[in-house]
Design a protein around this ligand. Structure first.
Ligand code: HEC
Length: 100
């Protein structure tokens, strides 16, 4: 019986230790102390604000993990028909906002 209780407790502790996406996003928000933006990052911010809210609401950067952004941003830059230089600036802006 003791062994069963131990096993159940161990599973509970293990489950509690799994990071959830929401928690990861919280960490990103809490540790974010942004330095002043570079010229590229600020140019990216303008491009982002002007182009990324056309098909859906302007995404809140801190609501997605950096892993998610790595996947989503390249196709979205294409969707927004930005050229390579503009895409690089938008990427720099998103990374800056993520505190990278
Ligand atoms: C031409 C339309 C269009 C433009 C412009 C556009 N998007 Fe999107 N976006 C979509 C569509 C459609 C979806 C949902 C379908 C999908 O996930 O592929 C989406 C989904 C997203 C998501 C959610 C993805 C997920 O599943 O977590 C994010 C974040 C995003 N877009 C960011 C951006 C950013 C940043 C830009 C500007 C560079 C942008 N979008 C410009 C069409 C667009």
């Amino acid at each position: 019986m003791k062994k069963v209780i131990f096993a159940v407790a161990a599973i509970g502790i293990f489950a509690a230790c799994q990071p959830k996406t929401a928690e990861v996003v919280e960490v990103v928000k809490e540790t974010k102390t942004l330095r002043a933006g570079t010229e590229a990052e600020l140019a990216g911010m303008a491009l982002y604000n002007n182009n990324c809210g056309k098909c859906h609401d302007l995404p809140v950067i801190g609501e997605h993990s950096k892993e998610r952004w790595n996947k989503v941003l390249p196709p979205m830059i294409k969707e927004a028909k930005l050229d390579a230089a503009q895409g690089a600036n938008v990427t720099a802006y998103v990374n800056w906002q993520l505190g990278l």
